[in-house]
Design a protein around this ligand. Structure first.
Ligand code: ZN
Ligand code: ZN
Length: 358
């Protein structure tokens, strides 16, 4: 099969490698859609140290083409998380089989540690990060990490299960009342998922970005208002005006730039929650005026990764049309053009790039 392999900074090669073989309890999956994520780009540009050479890609969907030797009748699913059975996301019930269309969850959680037990499996102490190696023709994965796709969910949409699951984990920590003002900072693919989820929760959503073409897409994703972040005040005055001087009730910052995070904090209304959704790369710091959390009762929180339940819920939102990923996909590439796909994402040209099977 073909696999993209990252040898070093900017050195991504498509090579012929032996087909992976599924072990007992695993499936061999032919990959049909594999999303390019900013974390892949950080490895590619050297911001994140990489073990070399390796195959990036962790947002994938595909078809089971073989099952590990003694697993043909395995019901799949983890005993601790019945959510990861084949039927959990609305697919047909029954054992896994060749031909099943699936999405792949790369976080293997134990289900029994204290974090899992309290519902915070995104912080599982025994997490196994399965290398999905999504920029390849084939990959293997334990059956318990798969979700069977309902017919109405395309491979391309299903490749958004992972980022959407991260967004849903954040929303469990962000109080959003009906009609509340929510400001989403950053209209990249993640900001546009937040926009749809916040709108779905009944919020009035304002999206802020420097790029006007991204804001056009934000409108099609349910943003009620958009603000161009100009050089003067980053859009602060306009946000204040749109919220009748009160400031938003929640601010979701999807940009990992300290100055942007700091500016977003000053835009929050009294009693607001500010969710820091993006890490800073390289690691940054901000100066927080302590009077913002104190006198204005602004809560600053954050969120990271997702639980198996978030992943299954993401698939349900896609299935029932509550989140539409079509407007988020700006580029499709064959695996042979993986470097072009990475360069497109690096340059922030368009929105999401997806590697699709021809
Ligand atoms: Zn990702
Ligand atoms: Zn655990």
């Amino acid at each position: 099969m073909r696999a993209a392999r990252l040898y070093g900074v900017g050195d991504l090669r498509v090579e012929e490698v032996p087909d992976p073989r599924p072990k007992a309890g695993e499936a061999l999956v032919r990959i049909h859609a594999s999303g390019v994520c900013p974390s892949d780009i950080r490895s590619y540009t050297g911001v994140k140290a990489t073990r070399e050479p390796w195959t990036p890609g962790h947002e994938i969907a595909g078809v089971i083409v073989a099952l590990g030797a003694d697993a043909p009748d395995s019901p799949g699913g983890s005993p601790a998380f019945p959510g990861s059975t084949p039927e959990s996301s609305g697919g047909a019930a029954g054992p896994w089989g060749v031909g099943d269309r699936v999405a792949v969850d790369w976080r293997g959680v134990c289900g029994v540690c204290r974090q899992c037990e309290r519902g915070a499996a995104n912080f599982c102490q025994n997490v196994v990060s399965y290398p999905i190696a999504g920029f390849a023709d084939l990959t293997t994965m334990p059956l318990r990490q798969l979700r069977r796709l309902p017919d109405e969910v395309s491979f391309e949409a299903a490749s958004f299960c992972e980022p959407l699951a991260c967004v849903l984990n954040a929303h469990r920590t962000i109080p959003v009342g009906l009609g509340a003002d929510v400001l989403v900072v950053g209209a990249g693919p993640i900001g546009l998922l937040h926009t749809q989820v916040a709108a779905g929760r009944g919020a009035r959503v304002i999206v802020l970005d420097r790029l006007a073409d991204r804001l056009d897409v934000a409108r099609t994703c349910g943003a009620h208002d958009v603000v161009v972040a100009g050089d003067d005040d980053g859009g602060a005055a306009e946000v204040r005006e749109l919220t009748e001087g009160y400031g938003p009730d929640a601010v979701i910052v999807t940009v990992g730039i300290p100055s942007v995070i700091q500016a977003a904090l000053t835009m929050a209304g009294k009693n607001a929650t500010v969710n820091l959704f993006a890490g800073t790369h390289p690691k940054g710091t901000i100066a927080v005026n302590p009077d913002i959390p104190h006198y204005d009762q602004v809560s600053i929180n954050g969120s990271h990764d997702f639980t198996p339940h978030d992943f299954s819920t993401a698939l349900r939102l896609l299935r029932f049309g509550m989140v539409d990923t079509a407007p988020l996909v700006s580029h499709r590439f064959d695996l042979a053009d993986i470097t072009k796909a990475f360069e497109t994402t690096r340059a922030q040209t368009g929105l999401k790039s997806i590697v699709v099977a021809g």
